[in-house]
Design a binder for this molecule. Structure first.
Ligand code: C5P
Length: 397
């Protein structure tokens, strides 16, 4: 369960081009189970309509301090009291200046003065405006007053310039908010996770492998570290950067991965096998590059690779062991059979035939199966799904 479940998030949207991303942000927050109410400044309404955010949040959007009807429905003080957390995203340079100056000349700035909830700000502006001495001074004052500053990121900007000032992506913002409410469910625990494909050498220049991107395993490692665990990520070759506070152990073949897992898993409380381990490897690895022959066919003899996760689960003091079952048909039946065959504690079943989820995509939807029963996790970003899975698994430890 997400730490944002049933939390009340007051989202303040100010006038900047990044306001268009708040549609996705509201959806992301609601996906975690949070209630969202939106307050927009007049300038924000030029970039995205209140109607859009009303439809996505499921609540009326508030824009005016001096509208008797709106105040009668839910006034600025009630909104300020309602929030468990106030998030200003995007926070424009102008709004940061007004916040730092303690202004109360519109609904959002008044709520910021009145609320006792923590206030997080996600600045978004042109890189020169972010570097302007006035903005730097305003940010220093806001940090001193315990405002939580999320970002900004750096990169290409809507104005065509390059540098710091991009609003963090909605999924990153939701992740930061989850951390703020995190109870550090895995503090003091060690988690070992395998991720990515393995490469099985044929000769010095060729190998057998698969299309695994490693995204699910890396997202799980990030979520485990966020939850306070010492996290060791044993990864086959992939293009992803190690998440923060994660110890990355790079391996190439299934045999290398097995050795690393046997080394690290005895210290682990939780082991998750998210790697797409090659089932077979060439029986021999040619020392020199194989030459083209005149024959039209070529035969490679393959031998079975060790089952890493079964080896981990079979150890004397095995950690709580979780396998993935990526299946394209009879997903749940095969997954249940795998739970018994591999003697693991839990299986996460993944339908790789469904479009838009699973292998190599950014989203996933899975069913968690253990001896207590089955729980469905609907389609969502792998980052968000990973947090939900980690918090569910933490309950089991
Ligand atoms: O046997 P199958 O490949 O379908 O099982 C998938 C699960 O087993 C995944 O958790 C994967 O990481 C793990 N596995 C393993 N070693 C293998 C094959 C799969 O650890 N040789």
């Amino acid at each position: 369960m997400s730490t944002l479940q049933n939390k009340r998030i007051l989202l303040g949207v100010t006038g900047g081009i990044a306001a268009y991303k708040t549609a996705e942000l509201v959806r992301e927050l609601r996906r975690t189970g949070a209630s969202v109410r939106v307050v927009m400044t007049m300038a924000a309404c030029e970039f995205i309509t209140p109607l859009t955010l009303q439809a996505l949040s499921g609540n009326p959007v508030h824009t005016s301090l001096l509208d008797p009807e709106a105040e009668a429905a839910m006034g600025h003080i009630e909104l300020a009291r309602w929030a468990d957390l106030t998030l200003i995203a995007p926070a424009s340079a102008d709004f940061l200046a007004r916040l730092s100056g303690g202004m109360g000349d519109d609904l959002l700035s008044t709520i910021c003065l009145a609320t006792r909830s923590p206030i997080a700000i996600a600045p978004a502006m042109n890189q020169a405006m972010w570097d302007a001495p006035s903005t730097v001074a305003n940010m220093t004052r806001l940090r001193q007053r315990d405002f939580i500053v999320l970002g900004p990121g750096s990169g290409e900007q809507a104005c065509g310039e390059f540098g710091p000032g991009r609003m963090l992506e909605p999924v990153e913002l939701a992740g930061h908010l989850e951390l703020l409410f995190s109870t550090e469910a895995l503090t003091g625990k060690t988690v070992v996770i395998t991720a990515g494909p393995t490469r099985e050498a044929i000769d010095p220049v060729r190998y057998l492998s698969n299309y695994s991107s490693g995204k699910m395993g890396y997202a799980l490692a990030a979520a485990a570290a966020e939850a306070g665990a010492r996290t060791i990520l044993i990864s086959g070759p992939c293009q992803l950067a190690a998440p923060e506070r994660v110890e990355l152990v790079n391996v190439v073949s299934a045999d290398d991965m097995l050795q690393a897992c046997l080394e690290f898993s005895p210290k682990a409380d939780l082991f998750i096998g998210a790697a797409a381990v090659a089932d077979f490897r060439p029986a021999t690895v040619a020392e020199q590059k194989l030459k083209k022959s005149d024959a039209d066919t070529m035969t490679l003899e393959l031998v079975k690779n060790p089952d890493i996760i079964a080896a981990v689960a079979a150890q004397g003091q095995a950690p709580f062991t979780v396998a993935f079952a990526a299946e394209s048909e009879q997903v749940l039946d095969y997954a249940r059979a795998k739970l018994a065959r591999k003697k693991v504690d839990c299986i996460i079943a993944n339908d790789i035939s469904a479009p838009g989820i699973g292998f190599n995509s950014d989203d996933n939807a899975v069913t968690l199966i253990d001896r207590r029963g089955e729980t469905r996790f609907e389609q969502q970003s792998k980052a968000q799904l990973a947090r939900e899975l980690i918090s569910r698994l933490a309950e089991r430890l």
